[in-house]
Design a protein around this ligand. Structure first.
Ligand SMILES: Nc1ncnc2c1ncn2[C@@H]1O[C@H](COP(=O)(O)OP(=O)(O)O)[C@@H](O)[C@H]1O
Ligand SMILES: Cc1cn([C@H]2C[C@H](O)[C@@H](COP(=O)(O)OP(=O)(O)O)O2)c(=O)[nH]c1=O
Length: 217
């Protein structure tokens, strides 16, 4: 599908995305990672998908209304707009952008609605490839316990078998992303606490930045 010709120009900043089943600990980890990097004096822009712009809020609060292709288009449109309006400007500015959910979430959630991966990739054609895509996953029973304790935020998260389904689909999404040339790291979040998970993500980010600097030398 996507040829190298379509690959958007790389920007000075670093895009790190976090995806994984609802309740696995993405938002908690994203917050801790941003706090750790900020405390170390690193310029960080923390953001979420769907975005906090009107289109994103429509998707976030509209999972009972919008399904299938409609929700897929809404999330993809919000992602393209957020890239242009918010993420790429921060990357041009040299910042580290930590994005809670990205294309892997669409592969999994829109997949749960019956869309093929090919359709999801078509709608996401030309999106900026992250410098690192982190997938948080783990034992579905543990993730389900966290999710039920916190409470489901969407139609997907309220489904009884959500953790089983999402956890399995993220394993497929990793293979798909890697086949597209994306750098992906999966972290098992079954037993480690949130601070440990965040520290592991921070060290992955440092490694990615060091490799970028080495390539520029
Ligand atoms: N590593 C962890 N171990 C145990 N509980 C966690 C961990 N990470 C997050 N939690 C808790 O699990 C729940 C879901 O976390 P959250 O960050 O909201 O998940 P997500 O953003 O992936 O839906 C929250 O109550 C949070 O405090
Ligand atoms: C990013 C994304 C979100 N969504 C939908 C389903 C998600 O549950 C919903 C909201 O995201 P979610 O991360 O659950 O929001 P929050 O935890 O902040 O309430 O948006 C998709 O369907 N596809 C996507 O690619």
């Amino acid at each position: 599908m996507t040829s190298l010709f379509d690959e958007p120009r790389r920007l000075p900043g670093t895009l790190i995305t976090l995806d994984g089943p609802g309740g696995v600990g993405k938002s908690t980890a994203a917050k801790l990672v941003a706090e750790t990097l900020t405390a170390a004096g690193v310029p960080v822009h923390a953001t979420v998908q769907p975005s906090r712009a009107p289109l994103g809020e429509l998707a976030r609060h509209g999972t009972d209304t919008f399904r299938g292709m409609a929700l897929a288009c809404l999330c993809a449109a919000d992602r393209h707009h957020q890239l242009d309006a918010e993420i790429k400007p921060a990357l041009r500015d040299g910042q580290i952008v930590i994005c809670d959910r990205y294309v892997a979430s669409s592969l999994v959630l829109q997949g749960l609605d019956g869309l093929s991966a090919e359709t999801v990739w078509q709608l996401n054609h030309g999106v900026y490839r992250p410098d690192l895509s982190v997938i948080l996953n783990g034992d579905p029973a543990v993730i389900d316990h966290r999710l039920r304790t916190r409470g489901g935020h969407s139609r997907f998260e309220r489904a009884e078998d959500n953790s089983d389904m999402e956890s399995g689909l993220y394993v497929h999404a990793v293979v798909d992303l890697q086949a597209k040339g994306w750098l992906v790291e999966t972290l098992d979040c079954t037993t480690d606490d949130a601070a440990t998970i965040a520290a592991r993500i921070v060290s992955l980010i440092h490694r990615v930045i060091e490799e970028k600097i080495a390539v520029c030398r």
